[in-house]
Design a protein around this ligand. Sequence first.
Ligand code: ATP
Length: 303
Amino acid sequence: MNNGNHHNGAATAGGVGPAGIAGAGDNQWLLRVRNLTKIYGEPGPRTLELTGPEFSSNICPDTDSIVACAEVSFDLYPGEVLGIVGESGSGKSTVVKLLYFDLGKTAGSALLYPYDQGQTNMLEASGQQKRRIRNHLMGMVYQNPRDGLNFHFSSGGNIAEKLIMAGQLHVGGIRERASQLLEKTEIPVRRLDDTPATFSGGMQQRVQIAKAIANNPPLLFLDEVTTGLDVSVQARVLDLIRELQQELGIAMIVVSHDLSVIRMLTDRTLVMKNGRIVESGLTDQILQDPQHAYTQLLVSSLL
Ligand SMILES: Nc1ncnc2c1ncn2[C@@H]1O[C@H](COP(=O)(O)OP(=O)(O)OP(=O)(O)O)[C@@H](O)[C@H]1O
């Protein structure tokens, strides 16, 4: 498991920023996740014992319940980019969907420092508090733009929605901010009133990114955001994410089955298999010297 010692001297650490962690000290985590677990179906007493990488299965032989993820623990520091890599079905998306409140947990806790100074498990917050956390402190970019965007709204309308949810009501200000965000994500501002349905796949992802960062959240989730795009389009979206990360100092959790995406974007990586973390560490170290047999297989497929 990660020892929590590494972080990259985040731009927001110690400063008065959207992370709200002024004076929190240099080693203050932004997000602390412990024993995050999601099980579909009724688990039995031995469900966790009888599933996982050593069984090459996440299905409990006693109850047929599915362990989407179990006992996932890690810390994320302000401005740090953490990757989650693993094959299809390993539980990567489940982890970010639990943290973004798209799914309800079976067990575990997640403390987000700007929410109640990290004193309260945000996974047990009320619906209203969760909406507040989501609107002010987090952004999400989904693999499928239809999950993150309303295709009946214009691109500007999609961004406006996020701004309004966070309490911005001044129409002129909203339009100006939406234009600024489109510019930042390299979409011609003249497309402000066009719907995402008229955009290319790469542009749709960039509108999702613009919407996700609209309220300057300290934390952004990216779930397979370039999967399915043409290689050249992928490269442009990845470059944009990297530039925005450097400019804004935003912490990110990047989910991908693709180690080249993980290599390009992340500082530290969790490797998942059958719902469990099998290895974690600095991305460079994992790529150079993978310890777990499964990670070795993943890395060799990259070479
Ligand atoms: N609604 C559901 N009911 C039952 N099982 C589910 C449900 N959603 C996900 N699962 C299972 O949970 C496990 C983890 O799924 P998850 O989507 O997190 O994997 P992943 O690593 O993100 O893979 P992918 O990229 O293919 O989505 C898989 O075995 C999946 O079949």
